[in-house]
Design a protein around this ligand. Structure first.
Ligand SMILES: *[C@@H]1O[C@H](CO)[C@@H](O)[C@H](O)[C@H]1NC(C)=O
Length: 518
């Protein structure tokens, strides 16, 4: 009697404290690119550390097992994308249209390959159960079909800010008048012609998404998800998206409640540096410039001319340069240290690091703001141009477009970043904003995922904009109606006016005519 009473009280208490202990979480990270994986993995690992059971479908299975974390391998996708990445510097010349074509076509291939992997098919056919699916969202929409198979809600992890890449899933408003397209180079203040061009990019984006991308994703969904539902029924029912953005790095943008900014979550507390690197940084009393083009772009693919220009300008400064470069650099000046791999976050955390020469990838930009280091941005493709433009606008970066990379330009940029204190002051201020939030971003990520589990998909976050057609959402039908009323009104007005004037001017003669006739 007392025992069962105790049991009931404990159960009630446990329910009341709203714990989401030991949930079963399915993670889907389909993009075979380490920077994309890194985002999803940070959250999956945190969930596992906090006692949830994570099953992760990913191209990067763990070499040493992690507690509570199980892999479903997509390893076979890695060589396929490595091939595509061979000539990424060429993408510098891509127009937004080329980038979209590239990304959507690649996304369609990766989505189909993910579904067709034996490991994934085995999982889909198994009788496993899960409570929620988290998915790194990047041109892989049909994969929400996996969640549909297990009848579980979906939380997306967005690899960018709220943008044309993800807004449509949540009907999140992003007026072309002040939200620059993520593939362009505009910042939030656009003149008339820029707004016109921005509008064009957004419309192009919408049209290409429908024609090149979603049409194919709908087919893939149908082929691998044996259901009467359509992709749209499941996609536009996704619970939430956690975006890799924050006002400290991005503009202040509109967000519907189902889109939450968690930018900065991927940054780990600094770890101990390898001894040689620690000594190198400690002893560089004049300061160190870190140089890395990220994990996708390889420094060795830089044109020889650009590489020489970089080395010549480095030879002129008294600071040391730590260059992440994939091969030996025999003609490098004495102050340049080359390393094949650099623990970027831990190096940025070192007080002697004075500047970061970067491609302006989103993760690098967040890390540099996190640790308060100003940037020389050499953007190449995708969102890098907008990231660098944004950082320059916020006063903590100078931009050196790849096409303009020369000894003079780089020497100017180095001088500016090293000797003008405003960049460092601005980035420190941004850094303070990034750290001043009610919840640490990684805690916020876990909080919202658990919230979705606790509230069975959290349908209260779904906004009614998703139930409208696009022209209704933009009030085009209302404007069309008002336009029609105005046209009809004008026509009626002129017809009546004509009647009245003709009555006024023809009245007299009619009367006389009548009299005469009598
Ligand atoms: C949409 O999500 C809710 C939970 O948020 C779920 O109950 C419902 O079954 C989902 N509908 C579809 C069509 O997936």
């Amino acid at each position: 009697m007392t025992n069962s009473f105790l049991l009931i009280s404990v159960t009630v208490l446990a329910t009341l404290t709203w714990q989401t202990d030991g949930a079963k979480i399915l993670a889907v990270f389909s993009m075979p690119s380490y920077s994309h994986f890194q985002l999803g993995f940070r959250i999956a690992k945190e969930l596992a550390d906090r006692g949830h059971q994570v099953t992760a479908i990913s191209p990067y299975p763990q070499k040493t097992p992690i507690k509570n974390y199980k892999d479903v391998s997509l390893e076979e996708l890695v060589p396929f994308v490595e091939e595509l990445k061979k000539n990424l510097f060429a993408a510098n010349a891509f127009s937004p249209r080329d980038i979209l074509n590239f990304a959507f076509t690649m996304g369609n291939m990766i989505t189909e390959k993910t579904f067709s992997q034996k490991s994934v098919q085995d999982l889909l056919k198994s009788d496993e159960t899960f409570d929620v699916m988290i998915m790194e969202h990047f041109v892989n929409d049909a994969l929400v079909g996996i969640a549909h198979r297990f009848k579980i809600p979906v939380v997306l992890i967005g690899c960018t800010r709220a943008s044309s890449i993800n807004n449509y899933i949540f009907a999140n408003p992003a007026p072309s008048s002040y939200v620059p397209n993520i593939l362009g180079t505009f910042t939030k203040h656009m003149n008339f012609w820029e707004r016109l061009e921005n509008f064009y990019y957004n419309v192009l984006n919408d049209i290409m998404r429908e024609t090149v991308f979603l049409s194919k994703q709908r087919e893939i969904f149908k082929k691998y998800t044996h259901t009467d539902l359509e992709l749209d029924d499941v996609l536009y029912n996704v619970s939430m998206m956690l975006t890799t953005s924050h006002v400290s790095i991005n503009d202040a943008l509109p967000h519907v409640p189902s889109m939450v900014e968690i930018g900065g979550f991927h940054v780990n507390p600094p770890k101990k540096l390898p001894q040689d690197l620690q000594t190198f940084l400690d002893q560089s009393s004049e300061g160190v410039i870190l140089f890395s083009m990220g994990s996708n772009l390889k420094s060795k693919d830089l044109k020889l001319q650009a590489r020489d220009a970089l080395l010549r300008s480095f030879a002129k400064i008294k600071q040391k340069v730590l260059w992440k470069f994939e091969e030996e650099l025999p003609n490098a000046p004495g102050n340049v240290k080359v390393m094949k791999w650099v623990p970027q976050q831990d190096v940025l955390a070192h007080p002697n690091v004075k500047a970061f020469i970067s491609h302006g990838g989103l993760l690098s930009t967040i890390e540099t703001v996190y640790f308060g280091v100003p940037i020389i941005g050499i953007p190449v493709f995708a969102d890098q141009k907008t990231n660098v433009a944004n950082a320059a606008q916020n006063g903590y970066a100078v931009s050196v477009p790849l096409a303009e990379l020369s000894e003079e330009k780089l020497s100017w940029a180095l001088d500016e970043i090293i000797n003008n204190p405003k960049y460092r002051e601005n980035v420190k201020q941004r850094s303070e904003i990034m750290h001043d939030r009610p919840l640490k971003p990684i805690d916020a990520a876990i909080y919202w995922i658990e919230h979705v589990i606790r509230h069975q998909g959290a349908p209260h976050f779904r906004n009614a904009g998703l139930d409208l057609m696009w022209y209704q959402r933009h009030l085009l039908d209302v404007f069309a109606f008002l336009g029609f009323v105005m046209v009809v009104g004008c026509v009626v007005f002129f017809v009546v006016l004509k009647k009245i004037t003709s009555l006024c001017f023809t009245k007299q003669p009619t009367v006389t005519k009548l009299k005469k006739n009598k």
